[in-house]
Write a protein that binds this ligand. Structure first.
Ligand code: HEC
Ligand code: HEC
Ligand code: HEC
Ligand code: HEC
Ligand code: HEC
Length: 487
């Protein structure tokens, strides 16, 4: 009797150890929280007495870089009202333990120092408000891309080291592309040559956004680039985004790297909406210089979009009659997919119209309805996000997969087919196609702007309401005529 009780106990113990072993089995994406103390942000900070420096201090000796960076998407990354609106929604839904991830990329210094406690701008110092500023990029001493849970760059996987402690006190070290001269730093900082600063890996930690827990790639700009022709030809992010428009076009067309003297701190991408909003705020504040700068940045973003794609129209005949048109959209100059990044929010679509000789419309696609949303059958190039089990979702803390992902790879193309109604009036059919772009659906933008934290007053600061019309940019257009009957 005693024996069997002992045996039962032993078996029970065995089960328990087996069960706890099952619980302790490593997750597919294990996280070392000692190595990554700010998880879900993967920034590492080499903390010393040498602190972060505000951009206005760098401005004193580097006025050109400062002027170029001012008003850039990086300078606006933290104060961006669209970002603050989404952050505020996230903070309410999942709390600061999760939204620290967002802040890690939109204002890294404010996260490692612990200054940022939640959404809003109130009470924050200049360094936190300055977002992705000089002393973020030029303090990056290395990356931990291989050590992350996904073994790819993600969620801020870089190391911040603004300086070192020495026996003469703290010393600032700034890293850049060149071998330092004797005068480098003007007595304010030391310099270090950093090949990392000429490579996409510098940008990668922030331009690969993963879900905080499931490590699903919500934004994949770096990997799209890495698996494409530009990476293979040694053309990096800097070579298109840190130069004037003409230089970017030359680089994309010839795969020739810019000269060292051609680099600029514009970081212009496709987000003209943010420049539009910031420009409205500058006008409202009566700052004419800043408004002019933002107008230039708005134009640069539009120029990038206009240079990115080309479209062609081809007829498709069936039983001798024009049945469809095939529109080919080519990504000719984006170093990554088109569109990239927030593909489940950005909208790029085809508007196609065909008319017979009598002016009768035999095809129309890509219309906006009264509320500013696209018709259901619009041919869109972007993604749909979903939470668990196929349900549509937009918020980055919910989206763990894409139910549809349809973007165009670098130097690649996608075809779209459009049915043509039977042509009554014999003769040629004229087809017009336009490729259009906007940052977000009108209702989605409205929702985010409605959610801005209380200390951001859209009316007072920007002179707009949350219903501000999202501008649409025409990236390219083309026209062609075909006979309605095959010859
Ligand atoms: C790994 C870095 C990273 C993390 C983490 C991150 N973001 Fe971003 N975020 C970016 C980058 C890069 C862009 C620009 C992409 C683009 O323009 O499409 C961006 C763009 C955005 C935009 C669009 C802004 C606009 O003006 O259109 C919003 C909104 C946003 N992020 C909110 C968030 C929120 C909320 C979180 C946290 C749940 C978050 N981000 C986490 C890097 C990050
Ligand atoms: C997003 C990252 C980033 C930010 C923000 C940034 N830089 Fe740079 N900076 C770079 C990179 C990358 C290079 C190297 C470009 C190249 O290949 O020449 C560079 C180059 C430089 C150089 C060398 C000369 C030149 O212009 O190429 C100086 C000086 C400099 N930056 C200062 C600044 C200052 C001052 C600020 C803030 C006003 C700033 N940077 C903001 C990434 C950044
Ligand atoms: C007291 C003046 C002074 C201040 C303040 C200053 N710098 Fe410099 N910095 C220099 C000088 C001088 C050089 C060497 C000449 C050059 O490359 O422009 C230099 C060089 C650099 C370089 C190396 C460029 C290369 O070619 O690799 C970087 C990066 C840099 N500074 C970043 C910064 C950042 C970021 C700040 C603010 C945190 C800053 N500097 C503040 C004077 C200064
Ligand atoms: C510390 C994180 C961080 C680093 C490092 C970083 N970025 Fe960004 N970048 C962002 C965030 C965040 C945004 C979006 C801000 C927003 O829209 O509110 C952004 C936006 C951009 C945009 C504008 C996109 C648009 O929609 O117009 C470009 C272009 C860009 N980054 C290029 C670069 C390049 C090139 C590098 C490397 C030299 C780099 N970034 C490094 C965080 C970073
Ligand atoms: C060959 C030139 C080229 C290279 C290389 C390149 N880009 Fe771009 N990028 C573009 C063009 C053109 C656009 C505008 C069209 C678009 O949105 O894709 C763009 C757009 C963007 C946007 C804006 C997305 C949005 O939603 O507003 C971001 C962010 C960006 N690039 C980041 C990067 C990063 C990070 C790298 C390096 C990993 C990189 N780019 C490499 C040409 C380039």
């Amino acid at each position: 009797m005693e024996r069997s009780a002992l045996a039962t106990l032993m078996i029970a113990l065995l089960f328990l150890t087996a069960a706890s072993a099952a619980f302790a089995a490593p997750a597919y994406f294990p996280v070392d929280r000692t190595y990554y103390p700010y998880y879900p942000s993967l920034i590492k900070w080499e903390k010393t007495e040498a602190g972060f420096t505000e951009p206005e201090v760098c401005q004193g000796c580097h006025p050109q870089q400062y002027n170029e960076w001012t008003g850039s998407v990086h300078a606006l990354a933290f104060q961006d009202p669209i970002y603050q609106g989404e952050l505020n929604k996230g903070f309410k839904a999942v709390g600061h333990e999760v939204t620290r991830q967002c802040e890690g990329c939109h204002s890294p210094a404010g996260v490692v120092t612990g200054e940022i406690k939640g959404p809003g701008l109130k009470g924050l110092g200049r360094m936190a408000l300055a977002g992705v500023s000089c002393d973020i990029c030029h303090s990056i001493s290395g990356v931990t891309h291989g050590q992350t849970p996904s073994h790819e760059p993600e969620n801020g996987s870089f190391i911040l080291a603004p300086g070192i402690d020495s026996k003469d006190g703290p010393k600032l070290i700034k890293r850049g592309p060149a071998k330092p001269s004797a005068e480098c730093g003007g007595g304010f900082h030391e310099c270090a040559e950093s090949p990392l600063h000429t490579q996409a890996d510098l940008c990668a930690g922030c331009h690969q956004v993963y879900h905080y827990e499931s490590h699903f790639p919500l934004e994949s700009t770096y990997l799209e680039w890495k698996h494409g022709p530009y990476a293979q030809k040694d053309i990096h992010c800097q070579d298109c985004h840190m130069v004037e428009t003409d230089t970017f076009i030359r680089t994309a067309d010839t795969f020739r790297k810019p000269e060292r003297s051609e680099y600029r701190h514009y970081f212009s991408g496709a987000n003209y909406l943010l420049y539009y909003l910031a420009g409205a705020a500058a006008k409202k504040a009566g700052d004419k210089d800043l408004a002019a700068l933002l107008e230039k940045k708005y134009q640069m973003a539009v120029e990038k979009l206009k240079a990115a794609a080309e479209i062609e129209i081809h007829p498709v005949y069936r039983n001798g009659a024009l049945a469809e048109v095939r529109v080919r959209v080519k990504n000719i100059r984006a170093g990554h997919n088109l569109p990239t990044s927030l593909t489940n929010v950005r909208e790029m679509w085809l508007e196609v119209t065909a008319k017979d000789v009598g002016g009768n419309i035999v095809l129309f696609s890509g219309a906006l309805d009264k509320s500013g949303s696209l018709a259901q059958n619009t041919r869109l190039f972007n993604s749909d996000g979903m939470g668990r089990d196929f349900h549509f979702a937009i918020d980055p803390w919910v989206v763990t997969a894409f139910s549809r992902h349809d973007t165009i790879p670098p130097r690649g193309y996608k075809d779209a087919w459009f049915g043509v109604l039977p042509v009554k009036k014999k003769g040629s059919v004229t087809v017009e196609a336009r490729l259009l772009y906007r940052q977000a659906d009108q209702k989605v933008a409205g929702k985010l702007l409605h959610a801005v934290p209380e200390d951001i007053d859209l009316e007072k600061t920007y002179g707009i309401s949350a219903e501000v019309a999202v501008p649409i940019v025409e990236m390219t257009r083309t026209k062609a005529s075909f006979t309605s009957k095959e010859k």
